[in-house]
Ligand binder design. Structure first.
Ligand code: BDR
Ligand code: CA
Length: 318
């Protein structure tokens, strides 16, 4: 089978960075048509730079990188330096990337690339606030028909929120954008905190990645070391959850995951629960099942996949 064309919309972020590495390590599965950066974990100037750093490290300066929306559609910006550090990718050694930044706006690229999708459509992978994607759909509503599926990290149900008691960060930052995406009518695969909190980067799993001893693996291990200092204290776990790579892992090996078709609706009105994802897990309403709500993962299988794919960047065998 030929690789599935994908656009990765992201706000790197240590875990977005690992999602990019996993995708760039997997050319037989995913053909990365472009990477679009959005403001989220840190401001846009940093997320687009961080995405280009990951392309450099992975030897993929050929992947075009675009900067998109620098703030949510209708609300003030919210960032997460308290989780990711002031650079967004604290923990690794930073450098000025050689991978260029395209002079086209990410939303223009999304519109054109989705319009030009092959017959089977194009897959969107979204690991940040959904501002770029919703803005593209708002500008040209007809293009959604060319989207094969959207695989996104966002939302929470049984786990509760990580930025407010009821909201997950990506959805909280731009609930209006998320609402538009969850209503877009295309297949959605949703990796919320219910599943990502099962994917814990324990010291043994990080050590297995570090032992690969290639530049990508070293950057991954050192970023996870930083990222998880905050999360381990917050959740009382031996390591933090590796959220965003779940999206790419689903494309590479969907059998690692279990999900249930559900209606997922986004709260946009309440100031108390803005960005809450109301997941109709037991189908107690007649709202349409608009998303595959992923709730379980084989975490050992996930880390095995990640480690084996990162080994492709050289160094020692896993
Ligand atoms: C999500 O928010 C960000 O902090 C992470 O990059 C991830 O996309 C987790 O809530
Ligand atoms: Ca992210």
């Amino acid at each position: 089978m030929s690789p599935r064309p994908v656009i990765i919309d992201c706000d790197p972020g240590q875990d977005d960075a690992v999602a990019l590495f996993l995708a760039m390590a997997s050319p037989e599965d995913v053909d990365i048509v472009g990477i679009t950066a959005v403001a989220g974990n840190v401001p846009l100037a940093l997320t687009q730079r961080n995405a280009r750093i990951m392309c450099d490290l992975a030897g993929r300066a050929d992947v075009p990188v675009f900067a998109g929306c620098d703030r949510p559609m209708r609300r003030d910006s919210v960032t997460a330096e308290h989780v990711h550090g002031s650079t967004g990718i604290d923990g690794m050694d930073l450098f000025d990337p050689a991978t260029p930044l395209s002079d086209r706006h990410a939303v223009d690229f999304l519109v054109e690339a989705i319009k030009a999708a092959p017959d089977e459509g194009i897959t969107l992978v979204a690991t940040g606030p959904l501002t770029n994607v919703a803005t593209a759909f708002g500008r040209e509503p007809g293009i959604a028909a060319n989207v094969r599926e959207i695989v996104l990290m966002g939302g929470a149900s049984r786990e509760g929120g990580n930025i407010t008691p009821s909201a997950e960060f990506n959805i909280f930052v731009d609930p209006d954008a998320a609402d538009a995406v969850f209503r877009c009518g295309r297949p959605l695969v949703v990796m919320g905190l219910d599943v990502t909190h099962q994917v814990i980067s324990t010291p043994a799993r990080v050590a297995a990645i570090a032992a690969l001893d290639n530049p990508v693996a070293r950057a991954t291990a050192s970023m996870l070391g930083f990222f998880h200092r905050h999360d381990s204290a917050k959740y009382g776990t031996e390591g933090g959850p590796l959220h965003d790579p779940c999206t790419v892992a689903w494309l590479l090996s969907p059998g690692l995951f279990e999900g249930k078709p559900c209606n997922v609706s986004v709260e946009t009105a309440s100031s108390l629960t803005a960005g809450h994802t109301a997941v109709d897990f037991w189908h107690v309403t007649d709202r349409p099942r608009n998303a595959l709500w992923v709730h379980s993962v084989d975490a050992d299988g996930f880390y095995d996949l990640l480690t084996r794919r990162l080994a492709r960047f050289g160094g020692r065998a896993p």
